[in-house]
Design a protein around this ligand. Structure first.
Ligand code: A2P
Length: 293
């Protein structure tokens, strides 16, 4: 489906293995564990989101699971992503990490499981093998039916290439930081050319760029909020946005992006904004407590 043809947040991208994934997800990074996450997830589902993104390292998988159950929405109508943390690299540890996330979430299967950060040269000269070993466990759990789709996060072209050589089942997703002021467009295109779906974490630049003059001027032109422009921009690049908010009105409005199209000229402006809202996280600075078992 052409991204401009999407008409609702439950319209889907199709992953390389045919699995459908709702085109906007609700992000939970930095959402405090406990009642806050539980209520936010329940609220997002009540407001029509059907795609929730978490990670073991966010420390809120249990509350995400509780929110899903509290919503009363059937499991098979919700797409759940979580991520493998850097301390769990290597085959055996990765198998156990999948089991731990399943247990935390209280689910029988995970819709999408991602490598949170690549192992990189600075961490180990054997980074390619380490990433390959981790991936073998992803493949094993995928074949067992515990993971409906598998992918990576924060990978650059060289990490993708090294994994591609070793993978029997190719990664289907690369989730990266993406927003006006930091789009990593080369990285986006590289993954897309390989048939991977690119997802945007912090599509609003963690909120830091929402007061930017250029962004606000463009938003004003369409009668939209700056956040809505960011979310829509991602979709028009074929990138799946994962906006997050703890406030009900924003959870709702951030996904109300299907009644306008950003013009080619405005897309150019948005894609060429100076560096803004960048988190400072680079793969080469991936946490180093991450050696293979
Ligand atoms: P809050 O939870 O108070 O709404 P990102 O998804 O890029 O990481 O951005 C998340 C941040 O942006 C959070 O701090 C969130 O704060 C804020 N945010 C989310 N939606 C909006 C919005 N529509 N307007 C302003 N700030 C927003």
């Amino acid at each position: 489906m052409n991204r401009i043809d999407f008409t609702s947040k439950t319209d889907c991208f199709t992953l390389a293995n045919g699995v459908k994934i709702p085109c906007i997800g609700y992000g939970t990074w930095q959402t405090p564990d406990g009642e806050t996450t539980q209520n936010c997830v329940e609220t997002a589902l009540r407001l029509g989101y059907r795609h929730i993104d978490t990670a073991f390292a966010y420390g809120n998988e249990k509350s995400v699971g509780a929110g899903i159950r509290k919503s009363g929405i059937p499991r098979n109508e919700i797409f759940v992503t979580t991520k493998h943390w850097v301390t769990e690299r290597g085959y055996e540890k990765t198998i156990r990490a999948v089991e731990a996330s399943l247990e935390n979430l209280g689910l029988d299967y995970i819709d999408l499981y991602l490598v949170h950060w690549p192992c990189v040269e600075k961490i180990s000269p054997d980074w390619k093998e380490i990433n390959g070993d981790t991936w073998r466990a992803f493949e094993k759990m995928y074949k067992k039916g515990k993971l409906r789709a598998i992918g990576v996060s924060n990978y650059q072209a060289k990490h993708i290439d090294a994994l591609w050589e070793r993978a029997e089942i190719k990664p289907m997703v690369n989730q990266i930081e993406f927003h006006p002021g930091y789009t990593q467009m080369e990285n986006v295109r590289y993954a897309q050319k390989k048939g991977m779906l690119v997802q945007a974490w912090s599509p609003l630049g963690s909120g830091a760029l929402l007061g930017d003059e250029t962004l606000c001027r463009i938003a004003g032109k369409y009668g939209k909020s700056a956040a809505q422009i960011c979310v829509r921009m991602a979709l028009q690049c074929g990138v799946l946005p994962l906006p997050k908010s703890t406030k009900e009105d924003r959870i709702l409005s951030n996904a109300e992006v299907f009644d306008f199209i950003i013009s080619g000229e405005d897309m150019e402006t948005l894609l060429n904004m100076p560096l803004l809202g960048f988190s400072g996280f680079l793969p080469e600075d991936a946490p180093a407590d991450a050696l293979c078992e």
